[in-house]
Design a protein around this ligand. Sequence first.
Ligand SMILES: [Zn+2]
Length: 319
Amino acid sequence: MTGYTRGLHEVADRVWAWLLPDGGWGWSNAGLIGGDGESFLVDTLFDLPLTAEMLDAMRVITATSPVRGALNTHANGDHCFGNQLLGADVAIHATSETVHEMRHGSTPERLRSLVEADLGPILSPFLRDCFGPFDFEGIAMRGPDVTFETRVSVDVGGRRVELLRLGPAHTSGDAIAHVPDCGVLFAGDLLFIGRTPIMWADSLDDWIEACDRMIRLEPEIVVPGHGPVSDVDGILSARAYLAHVKSEVEKSLHAGHSWREAADRMDLGPFATLPQAERVVVTTYHAYRRARPETPQVESIDLFGSMAEWKLRRCGTPS
Ligand SMILES: [Zn+2]
């Protein structure tokens, strides 16, 4: 199995994962698929220095097989804020939902202002822990060039790469990249390996179904959006987490608890020791929004506040 070290790892014939430990907030993976005379990139990173470091390391491949196409798996900044460093001739793909979320999601300026603001002794340390390590200077958002609804097949120098929309799951528009000839699947943030998933859409059942669809592709190698390279077992463990949270949420719904009570009471069972356990607050909120659409809408900054408070109560520190 591929070691979990920062840098470029060839996971199959002319397919590379770019890994960025420790896989926590913002520390995301990416990928490169090589064909004859051209390459295809899966995701850019959270800031320009991180993305430049990755593209430099890829130059041993891209000098002779330049990047001609790319995928943004979803709209979170740690998968697309580096887009401007790709050449103007690179066709960036994304689902139409992802394009919509990029237009309406958190901007680099917003994240930087949140890190710099004084938002109190609980939320500020939490936000600095999440986003403080990154450099949000100079990012000019570059959106995708090619949008698709459910799937598109891309020819990468004679090699077929399938881009499949499996969201809503982690976000509304999640897509994966599948390389059938070698069984490699780039899952984006449908998979956090060794980390707690977080759900930003009202889509727990859909995410479980997305896991089943990934399993049915029978991949040999699975590159998650965060964490080490895995295989079908990694998908199964993510599915088990989501099914566990679903069952706990259903108990709380049945008992008449609010979403906040449900999150406070959440018994994470075997998943309690996963890093970023506090993300279950956001997942619970969105599961409630699906089950009870009358649940009042909560701004994302308030969800971060709720995560920080949950973490303080459970772990004794918000950061
Ligand atoms: Zn991510």
